[in-house]
Ligand binder design. Structure first.
Ligand SMILES: CC(C)(COP(=O)(O)OP(=O)(O)OC[C@H]1O[C@@H](n2cnc3c(N)ncnc32)[C@H](O)[C@@H]1OP(=O)(O)O)[C@@H](O)C(=O)NCCC(=O)NCCS
Length: 204
């Protein structure tokens, strides 16, 4: 899969400062990089490992060996791992998995979006939205619904996903094997047919 996504938005403020925390500061008014930004969305390959090691400031941090293993699983079709490449730099990555029902907290079985991370200097240019639409398109080839969960305090992530149609289902201290910094996570579901009917055009 090779996709191109184009962004031509003017900045209302500089986003060059690195965000200090794991979650992006919630800022509904921000806009993305001032310069035109052309991203190539594609599956991750082993040559991306050095770039992926730069994502050491956020939620999903892996060693070189762990990234190689993750890419191997994606190549075997056991999960999805997409990257957004901007001028030869891995600017963002996003993954999804199928998870079985959790034996303890009973989080449902299904296809889950299991993380999207954008390097701070590339944020608010639509990369996460495009990577999420691309993952949902893949999931829709196999299922009629998709799942996502986040820390209740990760307002930026929750806004991104609810704008794409995800609806809150439940809250709890753990969802699948994940516990949350705030103490509470939120589980969301998206009916994929509803997205087609009313959720706007797909990027793929
Ligand atoms: C959350 C994150 C993935 C968003 O990436 P991004 O590429 O900047 O997001 P997009 O540009 O695609 O934003 C799409 C929409 O999401 C919402 N959004 C994204 N970041 C936001 C923020 N900081 N504050 C408020 N809304 C935000 C907005 O509605 C935005 O649309 P708009 O720019 O037209 O207003 C990014 O901030 C990140 O990597 N955060 C750290 C890791 C993380 O929390 N990942 C999610 C884990 S579940």
């Amino acid at each position: 899969m090779r996709e191109r996504s184009r962004f031509q938005r003017r900045s209302r403020r500089s986003l060059s400062a690195e965000y200090p925390s794991l979650y992006a500061a919630f800022d509904p008014e921000a806009a993305g990089p001032a310069a035109d930004l052309t991203a190539l969305l594609r599956p991750a390959v082993h040559a991306d490992v050095d770039g992926l090691l730069a994502f050491d400031m956020t939620l999903i941090v892996r060693t070189r060996e762990q990234w190689v293993e993750t890419i191997d699983k994606a190549i075997r079709g056991e999960r999805l791992l997409l990257v957004a490449e901007v001028d030869g730099t891995v600017a963002a990555f996003a993954q999804s998995h199928h998870l079985d029902e959790h034996p303890v907290n009973h989080a449902p079985a299904g296809h889950y979006l299991t993380g999207v991370t954008v390097l701070p200097r590339y944020r608010r240019a639509g990369l996460a939205r495009d990577l999420t639409r691309a993952r949902l398109d893949r999931i829709e080839e196999q299922a009629s619904e998709a799942w996502y969960f986040a820390d209740a305090e990760n307002a930026a992530s929750i806004r991104l996903h609810t704008q794409l149609g995800f609806v809150e289902v439940s809250r709890g201290p753990s969802i699948h094997d994940v516990t949350f910094r705030s103490g509470e996570g939120v589980l969301f579901r998206l009916e994929l047919g509803a997205r087609r009917r009313g959720g706007g055009p797909s990027t793929v």
